[in-house]
Ligand binder design. Sequence first.
Ligand code: 5GP
Length: 127
Amino acid sequence: MAYSYDNENIFARILRGEIPNDTVLETEHSLAFHDINPQAPVHVLVIPKGPYVTYDHFAGTASSGEIVDFTRAVGMVCAQMEVTPGAGNAGYRIIANNGSDAVQEVPHLHVHVLGGRLLGRMLPVFA
Ligand code: 5GP
């Protein structure tokens, strides 16, 4: 799949500093910030700094360094937000919406880290 990246998407603009964000963590290749419309007490978005549209785009074309950095950034955010299971923390969910069936709104890869309340089942049960 060949992806074309929209340089004007909102997260590209955040990365260029054109739009402010409430940063949680920044690493060499990744940025994490609070979601503007949180769905849980903890709702942080983690994005790679590179121009990747979806998870498969990133996994298939990013460098090993970017992939390691991003993976560790997600883990560090979970620890920093105190949602890692155990030691009094109750856990978290990570979600990446990719494409129209998943209702991806922003065409720059992002992982949602959600926690701080009981999150319920992953998806509604189909009748
Ligand atoms: P998606 O539906 O693409 O998986 O999620 C996009 C997320 O980006 C939504 O949860 C939405 O609230 C968040 N979002 C959209 N625009 C902004 C923004 O300008 N700043 C921040 N921090 N989050 C945003």
